[in-house]
Design a protein around this ligand. Structure first.
Ligand code: ADP
Length: 267
């Protein structure tokens, strides 16, 4: 089993990802796709007059502050436009894809964090009314059912809290939890960069290999949202996934290239 996570940043070529995925699926490989949608969510949120608010935690992690209205916009884009756009591409390529969020069948479940500690202008504050959380549990029943019946699952945040409330969760870490739950051979985290760069944004500074025992040491090279990918990679390899690859989804055959060793390989 290979879990492919494709991000939501500008420059990602979804046609290329879907074409590569379809070819491999038709050749008999077991795959699951998880996707993001942050770039498009920012555009739609601006257009709807509710611009995104990104906050930074005291430990330096950046996340989207998700009040109820933001959550609804997030769902429109992730579960609507992005998810159905990918499912349509795959259907056109002859793959019977089924798009679901983590809420559906409680595929992704976790704790709801209603308040978040942030640092703003050097001061620590608490913001309430946040609909975020972290995936702590993956319920694979529905996925097994779909895979067993020949469907390709296309999954996206949000997740469900233990109380059944929608929560915005990080897609990379959700994909990592899924890869662990399915005992996947590989987790691909595809984005709009060649991999983890030692001196971002210098693309010639690509880190080619990271030993599985030492992933956290590489957090220092990752800024803002890239940190979640490194954290997800650490969680995946600690959970028994043999290989995690940070790969480029901007062109070519992104899945085959990553599996062939392009990008940053954690093993
Ligand atoms: P996606 O939504 O595609 O999953 P993110 O935007 O969450 O991707 O994270 C990828 C982004 O992280 C890159 O576009 C880049 O701007 C940023 N980044 C920060 N530090 C690094 C680094 N060391 N190497 C590569 N990318 C980095």
């Amino acid at each position: 089993m290979i879990v492919v996570k494709v991000g939501g940043s500008a420059g990602i070529d979804y046609d290329a990802v879907c074409a590569d995925l379809a070819r491999r699926w038709k050749a008999g490989e077991k795959l699951i796709l998880v996707h993001g949608g942050s770039g498009e969510t920012n555009r739609v949120a601006e257009a709807l007059g509710h611009p995104p608010r990104f906050v930074t935690s005291p430990s330096g992690y950046t996340s989207r502050f998700t009040d109820r209205q933001t959550l609804e916009i997030f769902e429109m884009v992730y579960c609507g436009k992005m998810n159905k756009g990918i499912v349509e591409r795959l259907q056109r390529l002859g793959v019977n894809a089924v798009g679901l969020s983590g809420l559906d069948g409680r595929i992704f479940e976790g704790r709801h964090k209603d308040s978040v500690r942030i640092v703003e202008n050097g001061k620590t504050k608490v913001l309430r009314g946040d609909h975020t959380g972290t995936v702590e549990k993956v319920n694979t029943g529905l996925i097994d059912l779909l895979l067993g019946a020949g469907y390709l699952p296309v999954l996206t945040p949000p997740a469900s809290s233990y109380e059944g409330v929608a929560i915005n969760v990080d897609g990379d870490r959700a994909a990592a939890a899924l890869a662990v739950a399915l005992n996947a051979d590989a987790l691909l985290l595809l984005s709009n960069v060649p991999g983890l760069l030692r001196a971002y944004p210098d693309e010639s500074s690509l880190i080619r290999e990271i030993p599985a025992t030492d992933v956290e040491a590489y957090l220092e090279f990752a800024q803002d949202r890239m940190k979640k990918k490194v954290l997800g990679a650490a969680e995946a390899v600690q959970g028994g996934v043999k290989r995690v690859i940070f790969g480029d989804a901007r062109a070519g055959e992104p899945i085959s290239a990553a599996l062939g060793g392009a990008g940053t390989v954690v093993s």
